[in-house]
Write a protein that binds this ligand. Structure first.
Ligand SMILES: NC(=O)C1=CN([C@@H]2O[C@H](COP(=O)(O)OP(=O)(O)OC[C@H]3O[C@@H](n4cnc5c(N)ncnc54)[C@H](OP(=O)(O)O)[C@@H]3O)[C@@H](O)[C@H]2O)C=CC1
Ligand SMILES: O=C(O)[C@@H]1CCC=N1
Length: 271
């Protein structure tokens, strides 16, 4: 990865995901960014590090971002994007992380000629351990794709697909995936309390177990199935738990249904 400073960015929407990415980029040495965010409190953590404005009209004259990162809710796109059409058609890249929103619809809202990359990151980007899958739209140049890859690699791993439809299941799996893992921690904590453990200890155990397992998975040469088997002593305790969780109607069916439901919702949000 290049050690050159990241180029100037315009971030539109500094909520949970936009803020997570910005935190990662600042840690990676971003020095010039303007953030359009109507709620000053949402961007308060970045005070003094970036310029925060409440609306596009307040973007400093002469600010020329290399990329405009669209991190607003998909439902806000139609009302928000036309204000940025003046930046389209130049060298500026539009990098959208909006769930569902299709490239063709975004280009239409940006005047028809914009270079748009649709990407799906996740919140571990805040600690530079995100995973983003991106898809280039028509007219995106090799240099713009390289810029997007640099931005996304600065906050974790990145991968590319050429078929835009694949971003919908990506959204369901890695985009929303951290929520499923955090839910696992919540449920383990509640079950620990049910078995008589003090709440404080239950929380620490659940959080450390999820975080430690993630770190082991990241560091190990073994895959997740093998790491699971390594915990499961024959005729032991884990085997009993996994018999419940791995029953066909339990986690295998539920995870499949959950991912299908999220994928379908992403398609609905296409706009
Ligand atoms: N959260 C996640 O883990 C992920 C989210 N995404 C995508 O990222 C996008 C943002 O999600 P998330 O961060 O969770 O949402 P948030 O609601 O936390 O963030 C969006 C922010 O943008 C503000 N906003 C609304 N309208 C405008 C506008 N016209 N100009 C600038 N800012 C505006 C919102 O204000 P207000 O609340 O008033 O609307 C809010 O503060 C979504 O499209 C989502 O699909 C993608 C991957 C993961
Ligand atoms: O829930 C959502 O719609 C967004 C997209 C992936 C994660 N959060």
């Amino acid at each position: 990865m290049s050690d050159a400073p990241l180029p100037p960015l315009l971030l539109v929407g500094c909520g949970k995901m936009g803020g997570a990415m910005l935190a990662g980029w600042l840690e990676r040495g971003l020095t010039e960014a303007v953030v359009v965010e109507p709620h000053a409190a949402a961007a308060a953590a970045f005070a003094g590090k970036v310029t925060v404005v409440p609306e596009p009209a307040a973007i400093p004259a002469g600010f020329r971002p290399a990329a405009v990162v669209l991190a607003i809710k998909p439902q806000e796109a139609a009302a928000t994007l036309p204000a940025f059409a003046r930046l389209a058609g130049s060298e500026t890249l539009f990098l959208s992380i909006m769930a569902g929103r299709a490239i063709a619809g975004m280009r239409a809202l940006l005047g028809g000629e914009a270079a748009v990359i649709r990407a799906m990151p996740n919140t571990p980007a805040a600690v530079r351990q995100g995973f983003t899958v991106a898809c280039p739209g028509p007219g995106v140049t090799a240099a713009q794709r390289a810029l997007a890859d640099r931005l996304l690699s600065a906050i974790g791993e990145s991968a590319w697909v050429e078929e835009e439809g694949l971003i919908d299941p990506v959204t369901a799996v890695s985009g929303g995936g951290p929520a499923y893992v955090f839910l696992l921690a919540e449920l383990m904590e509640a079950a620990a309390i049910e078995q008589g453990l003090p709440p404080d200890l239950a929380r620490r155990m659940a959080q450390a177990t999820v975080a430690g397992s993630g770190a082991l998975l990241a560091a190990s040469a073994e895959d997740s199935a093998q790491l699971r088997k390594n915990v499961t002593s024959p005729k032991g305790t884990t085997e009993r738990a996994l018999a419940v969780l791995m029953a066909p109607e339990a986690w295998p069916a539920l995870m499949s249904q959950a991912i299908a439901a999220a994928t379908a919702r992403s398609r609905e949000l296409a706009g």
